[in-house]
Design a binder for this molecule. Structure first.
Ligand code: HEM
Ligand code: HEM
Length: 186
C-alpha cells in the first residue's frame, strides 16, 4: 500500500539514536521491574527508578527536541485519533512517517502509565505514603494494567506494519523508514 516507484527503496532517518536507545532501554527496564516485582525488590526498585529517569528524559526531549521526537509533531486531539481509527476500520488510513494519531495517543498513555507506576512505587518507600492503601492499589493496578497497553501497542505496531508493507520494529532499531510518497503524512 502507498508504495510508489519514486519512493520505493529510498530510506530516510525518522527515529533519532536517542529515541531508539530510550525505547529499548524502557522496554528492558519495564520488563525487569515487572518480572522482579515481589521477588528481588532491590532489582525491582532499580529498574523502576531507571524507567522513571527515562520517562523524565523523554518528556524533556518531547518538549524541547526536534523532528519526529517532538510531542507537537505526533500528539493529536481525540477527534483526530477517532477519525484515524475509523479510517483504519474502513481500511483506508494514511501512512505516517512518524507516529500515527492512534500511535501518538498510545505513546502518551504508556509514558503516563510508567510515570504513575514509578511515582507510586517511590511513594511506598517514604514514611508518609508507606502502607497507604490507595498508593499500593494504584501501583498494582497500573503495574499489571500496563500489560494491556503493551499488548495494544504491539498489536498496533504489527497492524500498521502489515497495512503499509514495512517493518516498524526494524525501523525502531535502525531509525530508518521508507521515504514518504505524496499521499503519506510526513
Ligand atoms: C515495555 C514495553 C513497551 C513500552 C513501555 C513501549 C513504549 C513505547 C514508546 C514510549 C514509544 C514511543 C517512542 C518515542 O517516540 O519515544 C514506542 C514506540 C514504538 N514501539 Fe514500543 N514499547 C514497548 C514494547 C514494544 C515492543 C515489544 C515492540 C516490538 C514488537 C515495540 C515496538 C515499537 C515501535 C515499532 C514503535 C514505533 C511505533 C511507530 O512506528 O509509530 N514496543 N514504544
Ligand atoms: C516501571 C516500573 C515498575 C513496574 C512495572 C512495577 C510493577 C509492579 C508490580 C506488577 C507489582 C506487584 C503488584 C501485585 O502484587 O500484583 C509491584 C509491587 C511493588 N513495587 Fe513496583 N513497579 C515498578 C516500579 C517500582 C518502583 C520504582 C518502586 C519503589 C522504589 C516499586 C516498589 C514496589 C513495591 C514496594 C511493591 C510491593 C511489593 C510486595 O510487597 O510484594 N516499584 N510493582
Amino acid at each position: 500500500m502507498n508504495v510508489t516507484a519514486s519512493t520505493r527503496g529510498t530510506l530516510v532517518q525518522v527515529w533519532s539514536p536517542y529515541v531508539r536507545l530510550f525505547h529499548w532501554s524502557l522496554v528492558l527496564c519495564v520488563a525487569v521491574a515487572w518480572l522482579s516485582s515481589g521477588e528481588i525488590m532491590k532489582v525491582h526498585e532499580l529498574a523502576g527508578y531507571s524507567a522513571g529517569v527515562l520517562i523524565t528524559s523523554r518528556l524533556i526531549a518531547g518538549l524541547a527536541g526536534s523532528g519526529h521526537t517532538r510531542f507537537h509533531q505526533f500528539v493529536h486531539g481525540p477527534r483526530a485519533v477517532g477519525l484515524y481509527l475509523s479510517d483504519v476500520a474502513k481500511g483506508d488510513e494514511k501512512r505516517y512517517l512518524g507516529h500515527n494519531p492512534a500511535g501518538g495517543a498510545m505513546v502518551l498513555a504508556l509514558l503516563a502509565c510508567v510515570a504513575g507506576i514509578a511515582l507510586t512505587g517511590w511513594m511506598q518507600t517514604t514514611d508518609t505514603w508507606w502502607g497507604v492503601g490507595w498508593v499500593e492499589d494504584t501501583h498494582k493496578i497500573l503495574g499489571n494494567g500496563i500489560l494491556v497497553l503493551i499488548g495494544l501497542h504491539v498489536g498496533g505496531v504489527l497492524l500498521a506494519s502489515l497495512r503499509h508493507g514495512e517493518n516498524l520494529v526494524r525501523a525502531m532499531v535502525t531509525g530508518r523508514k521508507r521515504a514518504p510518497s505524496p499521499e503519506d503524512v510526513a
